[in-house]
Ligand binder design. Structure first.
Ligand code: ADP
Length: 179
């Protein structure tokens, strides 16, 4: 039996976004060429340490999206993700999960995730978008580490994130090393 075909072509872009970077934003903008609407699903894993809590990460993404030039802002929304990703995707009647691929090192983990999600719901496809070359080494982890040690991350994140990072890291002294 044919299932209900959604009238809008919605994709879900899941991740930690701790914090959102220009790499994520590039994937988001390019996704809008293919999908009517992209929902950024902001994850929270109790076992992980986050620099920004889930509510703050959602809020920051929504603010940044509003400031992006040349896009219809209403086509992107960030939401907090609770529970299994595929259940959320089903609940909004979407059929596609978007993931970004950087180096070969991303591949194994992404394959495992996509295969698991496909096992949980074979009607949901994961599509991968290759990173823009200039962002291929950019990750939220790198941003956090460089910012923690007082480095300039203005080429990696939007000004709003830069400001938030400065608020957090301007106080402390650094006795760590990043090489
Ligand atoms: P990270 O792996 O940096 O913690 P997230 O969990 O926030 O990132 O990533 C969400 C998605 O965005 C993942 O599919 C990840 O591969 C992708 N992504 C992250 N950084 C980039 C980048 N610089 N270019 C393309 N895709 C990226």
């Amino acid at each position: 039996m044919t299932k209900h075909i959604p009238d809008q072509n919605i994709a879900v872009y899941p991740g930690s976004f701790d914090p959102i970077t220009f790499g994520h934003i590039d994937i988001l903008k390019r996704s809008l060429k293919i999908f009517d609407k992209v929902v950024v699903a902001v994850a929270c894993n109790k076992k992980k340490f986050y620099l920004f809590d889930q509510t703050k990460r959602v809020e920051l993404i929504n603010k940044i999206v509003k400031e992006l030039d040349g896009i219809d802002h209403k086509r992107i929304i960030a939401v907090p993700l609770k529970g299994l990703l595929v259940r959320y995707v089903e609940s909004i009647n979407a059929k596609v999960i978007i993931r970004g691929l950087r180096a070969v090192s991303d591949f194994e983990y992404e394959l495992q995730l996509a295969t698991t999600n496909r096992t949980l719901d074979f009607e949901i496809e994961t599509i991968f978008m290759m990173t823009a070359e200039k962002y291929s080494f950019l990750s939220s982890t790198i941003v956090r580490e460089v910012a923690r040690l007082g480095g300039d991350v203005s080429s990696m994140v939007p000004p709003l994130i830069l400001n938030e990072l400065q608020k957090i890291f301007s106080k402390g002294e650094n006795d760590e090393t990043l090489m």
